[in-house]
Design a protein around this ligand. Structure first.
Ligand code: NAP
Length: 397
């Protein structure tokens, strides 16, 4: 995590939380699901859900924070692995803390049997030793890195043990092969000023077909499929001091949040609304289609109508032949965007790290260069100064 630009990873392991709350990843809070509803319409190519969970008194978070959700592997996936390995799950193993548990429990809540890691393939081949099949050996070692990367793409542990069976002799060996099943972090989509005893999330349920099998994201699958109202989920709050509303409640903010990247901005807006903060708010939201993918449409339209959202721009990429993205809307409004920056606006980006965040940064640099009649080099200096003032913050994953 850098000083000024925050690069939180919403899908990876979190470090410790600085919260006063007594609950941590090792001692999570058991939270009751109160709402779990689909945000996307039937025509959507995606399945994005809104979840509300109950929090205990004293579990406080600030907009920008994340919620860690501790997943379990789904039963079908666990059973498939047991069957492929020829065990029944009653075998005893020692977990990462040397506590004895059943193999079934280990596969359910301790070991990452989802997405296959290259390291797991290496360890698996090591276990096989001299007897490793040639095709497995060909996936190991530095020279075969690229082939192995290609192999693990879209595959899970079940694919490896099905293709190269008979290598695991003792269930304990899996602790050397598989990564730990770790919590996933989701940017919180609500403000506690508006929902005192609740935390809300916006989650895209990841489902795909690869190598002839239907797959699910481990945690998003849990939230999408196994977290009906009333279900208890182990969670903990994760502080993110590097993604924060300005201390000056009158400072204008510009928020770029396509897809699930909208989550922390809903929290920001709810917060400013609940507390009557006067700063101007400008939201850019992007998704595939307005009819099915406009997340929190009514709420944002109401915020716009009330004046809380000073400006609201949407970019529905697939509503027309030529794709339109949030950065296109930025460019269309570049003069005003630059005027906001000159007024001291804070600029926030949340969502896809691989392409969107880079393209948005380029659009921001172009906006600055155009607005200031300067070079791209000068725009870079301008942006560097914004970062120093914590006026450019990102939560990308
Ligand atoms: P998304 O994939 O970021 O899509 C949102 C909108 O952004 C779509 O209209 C998309 O258009 C557009 N887009 C595509 N490329 C873009 C670019 N270079 N610049 C600007 N906009 C672009 O939204 P999402 O499905 O909600 O995913 C958001 C992020 O979460 C991604 O990084 C995704 O990998 C990650 N993620 C989330 C979860 C989760 O919440 N459970 C799980 C896995 C991954 P087109 O699609 O029409 O090109």
């Amino acid at each position: 995590m850098s000083e000024t630009i925050v690069e939180t990873s919403t899908e990876t392991e979190a470090s410790g939380s600085g919260h006063a709350s007594k609950y941590t990843r090792n001692q999570p809070y058991s939270s009751k699901v109160q709402v779990n509803r689909l945000l996307t319409g039937p025509e959507s190519e995606k399945e994005t859900i809104h979840i509300e969970m109950e929090l205990e008194e004293g579990m406080d978070y600030t907009p920008g924070d994340a919620l860690g959700v501790i997943p379990t592997n789904r039963d079908e996936a666990v059973q498939a692995v047991l069957k492929a390995l020829g065990f029944d799950g009653t075998e005893r193993v020692l977990d990462h803390y040397k506590v004895e548990i059943s193999f079934l429990e280990a596969l359910t809540s301790r070991l990452g049997i989802g997405k296959l890691a290259r390291g797991s393939v290496n360890q698996y081949a090591k276990l096989a030793g001299e007897n490793a099949p040639e095709a497995l050996k060909a996936l190991t070692g530095p020279a075969n890195k690229a082939v192995a990367e290609e192999y693990v793409w879209g595959r899970e542990f079940i694919d490896l043990i099905t293709e190269f069976p008979g290598i695991i002799k003792n269930p304990q060996e899996l602790f050397n092969v598989l990564q730990r099943l770790t919590p996933r972090m989701y940017s919180i989509a609500s403000s506690q000023a508006a929902h005192p005893n609740q935390v809300q999330l916006t989650v895209r349920v990841v489902r795909y077909n690869s190598h002839g099998m239907e797959r699910q994201g481990v945690t998003s699958g849990l939230l999408g499929e196994r977290a009906p109202v009333g279900e208890m989920l182990p969670v903990f709050l994760h502080e993110n001091n590097a993604f924060r509303l300005p201390e000056d409640t009158n400072a204008p903010i510009i928020m770029i949040g396509p897809g699930t990247g909208i989550a922390p901005f809903r929290a920001f807006l709810e917060h400013r609304e609940a507390l009557g903060h006067k700063g101007d708010n400008w939201l850019f939201f992007g998704e595939q289609r307005s009819v099915s993918d406009y997340l929190y449409k009514e709420q944002f339209l109401a915020m716009h109508a009330s004046g809380l959202l000073t400006k609201l721009h949407t970019a529905f990429s697939r509503d027309q032949e030529k794709k339109i993205y949030v950065q296109d809307r930025m460019r269309e409004n570049s003069a005003e965007l630059y005027a906001w920056l000159e007024r001291g606006a804070y600029f926030y980006v949340c969502g896809d790290a691989t392409r969107m965040a880079k393209d948005v940064e380029q659009a921001l640099l172009d906006t600055i260069a155009l607005g200031s009649n300067g070079t791209l080099e000068q725009a870079n200096e301008y942006l560097a100064a914004m970062k120093k003032q914590k006026r450019y913050q990102r939560d990308v994953y």
